[in-house]
Design a binder for this molecule. Sequence first.
Ligand SMILES: Cc1cc2nc3c(=O)[nH]c(=O)nc-3n(C[C@H](O)[C@H](O)[C@H](O)COP(=O)(O)OP(=O)(O)OC[C@H]3O[C@@H](n4cnc5c(N)ncnc54)[C@H](O)[C@@H]3O)c2cc1C
Length: 242
Amino acid sequence: MASQGANKGTALVIGGSISGMLSAKVLSEHFDLVVILEKDAAPDELSSTSGELFRKGLPQAAHQHLLLLKGRQLFEEFFPGFDAELERYGAPLVNYSEDVSLFIGEGKLPRFESGLDLRVCRRPLIDRVVTERIESIENIERRYACQVSGFILNNDNSRVTGLRYQQGSISAEKTLRADLVVDCSGRGSRTRTWLKKEGLSEVSGTHVNPKLGYASQLFEVRPGQQVKPIEVAPHAPTSPRA
Ligand SMILES: Cc1cc2nc3c(=O)[nH]c(=O)nc-3n(C[C@H](O)[C@H](O)[C@H](O)COP(=O)(O)OP(=O)(O)OC[C@H]3O[C@@H](n4cnc5c(N)ncnc54)[C@H](O)[C@@H]3O)c2cc1C
């Protein structure tokens, strides 16, 4: 799947979520055209009352989202001014060890300043700010309601040269030629299945199961009440639930 030669041609990205958009940003500096194929409908065709971009493929949209420090730094590197923009939309900065009440196992953890300053918001807000930046890059094209269904390989099966996909409710397959394909379709990635379907041998993979689960709940905030995040993991480390 490696691009041959330098820097030009078309790159296709499977999946238009965070890694898809960030990959497209990087690829746009090396290819004439980058096309993102996302199976969900365009977010602005869905409900968007608060300016956040909701999509079916963002199942965690209603949960609170902690943009961890490294992610915050990387977003800023990719899109200068990103952090200030989240702040402008109202995402507070939270010092994880000082502002969050952490109840882990037997009790409450001591609070201290750690420099772990995180942005707290809902994930669709992050997607909105990233999407706006991506929209301003001329050689990135986003195509929604496009479900990738397989690879096209060259004659000797040594290179992926394109993708097959279905658009909207039309069942007929369409194709797109590519100099490079990047799979950003997340945990449901079908790359290994598609390669096998084309006659290639099994590609080895690593499956990481974090065995974590959590629930979140909305609480009403009374006027004047100071709200800080609370995180409870009552039976850590024996139970991974929080
Ligand atoms: C409940 C929950 C809470 C989380 N909370 C946090 C948090 O607080 N902080 C944090 O940093 N991370 C959090 N994460 C993790 C974070 O959401 C993921 O790491 C991140 O979304 C991964 O991004 P991705 O682009 O790799 O994959 P995904 O977000 O899974 O995106 C994959 C995209 O590919 C599309 N796609 C799939 N198959 C195809 C196909 N065949 N054709 C075209 N498109 C396709 C999907 O529709 C989707 O849009 C949370 C995750 C969950 C589930």
